[in-house]
Design a protein around this ligand. Structure first.
Ligand SMILES: [Zn+2]
Ligand SMILES: [Zn+2]
Length: 190
């Protein structure tokens, strides 16, 4: 990360934040911050590209995804966010969960983690996501939630007892609380 490149992104952020109050997601620890998206794009890019990683590409890609978000589109798939008052979900690709994503992407992420470096999804990935969603919506076998003798949460159905699949740590405001500043530097008083 270079100071110069961070500087130019921060200036862009300021201009945008003057124009708008920021984009909130239902689970973010703060309003959307392009700097958080940049971090996620960078780490994904470095992991995938290795030696041939170019930071300017990450900056450029982040700028494009940011434009999408401010235009009201999901940066992961391009679909429009649902109309207010419903808030977009918060992507699980950052711990703060401030990157807004549409609701199909939000429910897809626990099963299909994809770095923002590779966003937007291809058409095939979108179809796979939607097929998964259909699958999930099929009525499950009726069951009850119980706690077994060892204190584990289990689901009891006609066909047996299975350990309940509990989602991992939520991140976002549920874990870190909420900071209403649109910009990290601003909230630090700089
Ligand atoms: Zn989406
Ligand atoms: Zn963030």
């Amino acid at each position: 990360m270079t100071a110069r490149s961070m500087g130019s992104l921060d200036e862009d952020d300021r201009v945008r934040n003057d124009r708008r109050l920021g984009v909130n997601s239902s689970s973010g620890a703060h309003p959307f911050r392009p700097a958080c998206l940049l971090e996620a794009v960078r780490s994904g890019g470095m992991a995938e590209m290795g030696e041939s990683y170019v930071d300017d590409d990450a900056m450029e890609h982040t700028a494009q995804l940011t434009e999408r978000i401010y235009a009201g589109e999901c940066p992961r798939c391009g679909q429009s966010f649902e109309a207010p008052p419903r808030l977009p979900g918060g992507s699980r690709e950052t711990r703060c969960r401030c990157i807004p994503v549409c609701s199909p992407c939000s429910s897809d992420e626990p099963d299909a983690s994809l770095s923002p470096w590779t966003w937007p999804l291809t058409e095939a990935q979108i179809l796979a996501r939607d097929a998964q969603q259909q699958e999930r919506m099929r009525p499950a076998e009726p069951g009850i939630i119980a706690v077994d003798a060892e204190g584990r949460v289990v689901v009891v159905t006609k066909s047996g007892v299975t350990k309940a699949a509990l989602r991992p740590n939520p991140g976002g405001w549920a874990e870190f609380g909420y900071d209403d500043g649109p910009d990290q530097l601003e909230s630090e008083g700089r």
